[in-house]
Design a protein around this ligand. Structure first.
Ligand SMILES: O=C(O)CCC(=O)C(=O)O
Length: 421
């Protein structure tokens, strides 16, 4: 399906816009499906109803706070015949991904129905959107437009060429492991004006996993309907544990096979600097994220989501983290996702070897410990209800993260020990 020119465009720019890829019936089915997830009081033909405090799969927030973006994940999308038929690794979506990567694929990963609801121009923001690369492993991210996306109508923002600088400077080929070099690269790219990829119903925008990208605001009269899924090689779990080399295409045989002058030519785009009022907030810049983690506001679910995203991107191999929560779901969780309540406000105090630790997030108590061999004594005071404690040492893949300690705390004072070798 793909020509040498298209493969070469992807190599240079980190994305490919394939027009008219998804058939109209599939698009229509998924737009209808999106409407099963919107609030029942919303009417498809009455934009005046598109407002309120809204729950998606991630959090509860009003449209302004979520910049119009609603992410409806999993649920009845998993095993949905239209989703599996078209987008699975064996379907046309997977065929396209396979042509770009050049290897057999593992099972595709359904991200979900991503809608961007229009916001009136009276709603403005002091800062730009949130440029990022994913916190989870993937090689290709495919965003399918299910209706036309006019300019200014919520098309994906991309920073063409950023993939070639970011990929070699991450601490893992696929997991989100930052390095000082990555932080410097991130801070530099987010100061540039991104390219907005508008398009038509059935188009797919496929991006390299290390291409900096962001959702954009929708100022059109129409909802931006999208379906998002990820693809990766069948052996991607082995790649996770490896560090990238300087060769961006080391695991992409189809791109690696291109003539060097086609593969390594510079990006087609020159991005201009962003105006100061469009810059992302300093607290979102890579190195400051962890220290800014607990400063978020909004519904508790929004604060949890935002803090979780920062913590997920703050993990380093070998780091030791302590996490306390009153949500039992955390007991065996290798993620640093704050699911419980504001333990600090409830008077829970944690000290490690006599030193009080403070939480990096609002809910639960989650903090990084010094990574030095020795004996550690943890003292927890002020527990008023059943609370779960974990001490984790981050490993690659992240799902192999090691539990150095786990247990249940009881009301009152608790003392625990663990040793680090
Ligand atoms: O829906 C969009 O336009 C962007 C989604 C995105 O950036 C993401 O989830 O990684």
């Amino acid at each position: 399906m793909l020509t040498t020119a298209e493969l070469s465009f992807f190599a240079r720019n980190g994305f490919l816009h394939v027009k008219n890829f998804v058939d109209p019936d599939t698009c229509e089915t998924l737009v209808d499906h999106t409407w099963t997830r919107f609030p029942p009081e919303w009417s498809r033909h009455d934009p005046a109803t598109w407002s309120g405090d809204l729950a998606d799969s991630c959090h509860i927030a009003d449209l302004k706070a979520r910049r119009g973006l609603m992410q409806f994940q999993k649920g009845d999308l998993l095993g949905h015949p239209v989703v599996d038929g078209f987008f699975s690794s064996d379907g046309p979506g997977g065929q396209l991904a396979k042509e770009l990567i050049g290897s057999p694929l593992s099972k595709f990963h359904v991200r979900g129905l991503y809608a961007i609801v229009p916001l009136p121009s009276s709603i403005t923001y002091k800062v730009g959107g949130r440029p990022h690369i994913e916190a989870h492993p993937a090689q290709l991210i495919s965003l399918h437009y299910l209706e036309d996306v006019v300019p200014g109508g919520g098309g994906l923002h991309v920073w063409p060429g950023s993939h070639r600088e970011i990929y070699p400077n991450m601490g893992s080929k696929l997991e989100h492991v930052t390095t000082p070099e990555y932080e410097e690269i991130f801070d530099r790219w987010v100061r540039l004006q991104p390219l907005e990829l508008h398009g038509e119903r059935g188009d797919v925008v496929i991006i390299h996993h290390r291409l900096l990208h962001a959702p954009s605001l929708n100022r059109s009269p129409n909802i931006r309907y999208g379906f998002l899924c990820d693809y990766q090689r069948s052996d991607y779990t082995a790649l996770i544990a490896q560090r990238p080399s300087h060769d961006v295409w080391e695991d992409w045989p189809a791109i690696a096979a291109l003539p060097v002058h086609l593969r390594d030519a510079p990006s087609d785009y020159t991005l201009s600097p962003l105006a100061d009022d469009q810059l992302v907030p300093a607290s979102w810049s890579a190195k400051d994220r962890l220290s800014g983690a607990s400063s978020n506001t909004g519904d508790p679910s929004s604060i949890r989501k935002s803090d979780a995203s920062i913590l997920a991107r703050g993990r380093q191999v070998g780091d030791v983290w302590i996490a306390l929560s009153d949500d039992p779901k955390t007991a065996n969780d290798i993620k640093l996702f704050p699911r419980g309540s504001d333990l600090d406000a409830q008077g829970v105090r944690v000290s490690v070897n006599g030193e009080r630790i403070s939480s990096l997030c609002r809910f639960d108590i989650i903090s990084k410990l010094p990574n030095e061999p020795g004996e550690y004594e943890i003292e927890v005071q002020g527990v008023t209800r059943e609370t779960w404690i974990r001490v984790l040492r981050i490993q690659l893949p992240f799902q192999n993260t090691e539990f150095l300690l786990s247990g249940t705390l009881t009301p009152g004072k608790n003392s625990l020990r663990f040793s680090l070798s």
